[in-house]
Design a protein around this ligand. Sequence first.
Ligand code: FES
Ligand code: FES
Length: 187
Amino acid sequence: MPQTTLPIQLTVNGTRRRIAVAPHHTLLEVLREDLRLTGSKECCLVGECGACTVLVDGWSVDACLVLAVEADGADVLTVEGLASPDGRLAPIQAAFLDQGGVQCGFCIPGQLMSAHALLAEHPHPTRAEIEEGMAGNLCRCACYEQIFAAIGQAAAGDAPDLGGLGAGAHAGGARAGAKTSAEGLDQ
Ligand code: FES
Ligand code: FES
């Protein structure tokens, strides 16, 4: 029997996408499998680790807990949308690299998105605000101090300009071309 799909519309990293999704598919599944935006990571799938964090209409959410149909009409920002179109890293990405906050890297896309949301709400966060804002993002490499330092560095405007760094060395999968390749998959 053919699987039922529902049409939805999302604006993902500034590009409007029309896509037919299975009603039970999460936003994370649609981002990773339908739109090929694999920066958002699949880990616990129960809202515990934050590896799948994306911004929906400016709010940080666990994409594994949101049905894609619930996001119909929303503006979604993923880690692929943090760098500028020419691949230049966002200050928060450069600060993560500069502070050594990236070890295995698996948690980093979610950490970056939560940090991005935190800085949008608190441009100059206190230590307590950083700890609270990042509480939903686990790091099994325990880079918490470096990540907190990176957020402070970005908030202070002291992040280095690291350019795009090329495809092999990037903070959280935000490399030149990632956005472009996904943009060609409109359905
Ligand atoms: S994979 Fe979504 S919170 Fe862990
Ligand atoms: S850098 Fe390895 S899990 Fe965070």
